[in-house]
Design a protein around this ligand. Structure first.
Ligand code: SAM
Length: 432
């Protein structure tokens, strides 16, 4: 691998006697991993279900496994949201935040969602998780991962940290800043990133991180915790960034920090620091308000009585364009921000008819549905390709799953389930 000369000089002076070992690590392959989604199943259960080899546990993540397989992203269990493919060292940051149910949590730089989905797993559906991604295209990928993993208490937004700071000053108990960085820990995984590396880019990244961190400081309430992480080794973006932040913000103190290097651990490399805001204000979220829409609410209630085995107690929001959401408790007011998802997308109301959304199935468990069609993995692949499947169920909307794990919607008519999996989520290749 052709590593930039200036990068090597910097690493040599940083690592001293360890430099040669660090350099040797580039001869190996990138380390791969997955994190089991504990909202859907336990790590032990997944280990017994996995159709590809798991190569041991990641020491710093209770639900993390090492992988050798190239593309387990096309597996049925991936579609069912049982796991998230994540580089193992990147798994070290989110657990540091010590998130608990009922908290108000912000993931400020969230796409594609590796850390958001871990935070959500710890929250177990209680409290509110705001996952923000400034880049609208990346925010869509984030939103789709939030849906796939069955997260019910997440608002996915696409805003600048400045806009969020104005809307939610001193509102969050926990904030994660997984900052855009020069990506020195990504060279083995994404060699295409190499030409983008320069000392100038390290400086530019450090400046941007400083601005993001200053916003994060204002978003956090007194007593709140902040985790700052990067996948780079540059001190300007890591240790020095934190030192400078503490100098600007005496209300914060550093609790711990860790730096993972590829020659010391089995991972590509990461930096993470945990800070606490000792003083400041603590404010409530501005509350969300939605106009009543009796007709749409009635249509959803009728659908829900037939589709779910027990009533859904979450409040329902009907947006002016007809999209409907089952809201998390304490849903914040997101007016003025670009919001892609607030809780669970329930469906759409066109003024006459209600059409249920895929997310309703992904957010549930087998027992939540009156009609659940349990398919074998082979049958599930056919469903994922968009095919119809035979069914012994009574006519009506049903949830379709692989084994016990929901995969999507179907509509049973005369012994056949019509496929209602959104086209963009289908499996295309017949080899898969
Ligand atoms: N946390 C994500 C995960 O675990 O999957 C990875 C986040 S990635 C390292 C950093 C993200 O910050 C990118 O998605 C990037 O689009 C976003 N970003 C870029 N510029 C930003 C800015 N000025 N403010 C906030 N986020 C920014």
């Amino acid at each position: 691998m052709d590593l930039p000369e200036a990068f090597l000089t910097r690493m040599r002076s940083r690592l001293g006697g360890e430099f040669e070992e660090f350099l040797r690590s580039y001869r190996g392959e990138a380390v791969k991993g997955l994190r089991v989604n504990s909202l859907k199943c336990s790590a032990e259960e997944f280990a017994s279900l996995a159709p590809f080899p798991l190569e041991g546990r990641v020491p710093w993540e209770k639900d993390g496994f090492y992988l050798s397989e190239e593309k387990p992203g096309a597996d049925v269990w991936h579609f069912a949201g049982l796991y998230y493919l994540q580089e193992p060292s990147a798994m070290c940051a989110a657990p540091l935040l010590g998130v608990r149910p009922k908290e108000r949590v912000l993931d400020l730089c969230a796409a594609p969602g590796g850390k958001t989905t871990r935070l959500a797993a710890e929250m177990g559906g209680e409290g509110i998780l705001v996952a923000n991604e400034i880049d609208p295209a990346r925010a869509k990928i984030l939103s789709s991962n939030v849906e796939r993993m069955g997260i019910v208490n997440c608002a996915v937004v696409s805003a600048s940290p400045e806009a969020l700071k104005k809307k939610f000053p001193s509102c969050f108990d926990k904030v994660l800043v997984d900052a855009p960085c020069s990506g020195e820990g990504m060279f083995r995984k994404e060699p295409n990133a190499l030409p983008e590396w320069s000392e100038g880019n390290v400086t530019r990244c450090a400046l941007r991180q400083r601005e993001i961190l200053d916003c994060a400081a204002e978003l956090l309430s007194a007593g709140g915790k902040l985790v700052y992480s990067t996948c780079t080794f540059a001190e300007e973006e890591d240790e020095w960034q934190i030192e400078a932040f503490l100098a600007r913000h005496p209300e914060f103190s550093l609790i711990s920090s860790e730096k993972l290097y590829p020659h010391r651990v089995r991972g590509e490399g990461h930096f993470a620091a945990l800070l606490e805001k000792r003083e400041g204000e603590r404010r409530k979220f501005p509350k969300s308000r939605f106009r009543e829409n009796r007709a749409a609410e009635g249509a959803f209630a009728a659908f829900a009585a037939d589709f779910f085995s027990s009533p859904k107690n979450r409040p329902l929001a009907v947006l002016p364009d007809g999209r409907m959401y089952l809201l998390p408790e304490d849903a914040p007011d997101l007016s003025g921000l670009r919001c892609l998802r607030l809780g669970v997308e329930a469906g759409e109301w066109d003024g006459k008819r209600f059409k249920p959304a895929h997310a309703l199935v992904m957010a549930g468990k087998k027992g939540d549905f009156r009609r659940f069609l349990s398919l074998s993995r082979e049958e599930a692949k056919r469903y994922l390709r968009g095919e119809t499947v035979p069914s012994p169920l009574a006519d009506g909307w049903c949830a379709v799953g692989a084994g016990d794990f929901p995969l999507g919607l179907g509509k049973c008519v005369d012994g056949v389930v019509k496929n209602h999996l959104p086209k963009g989520l289908r499996l295309f290749s017949r080899d898969n």
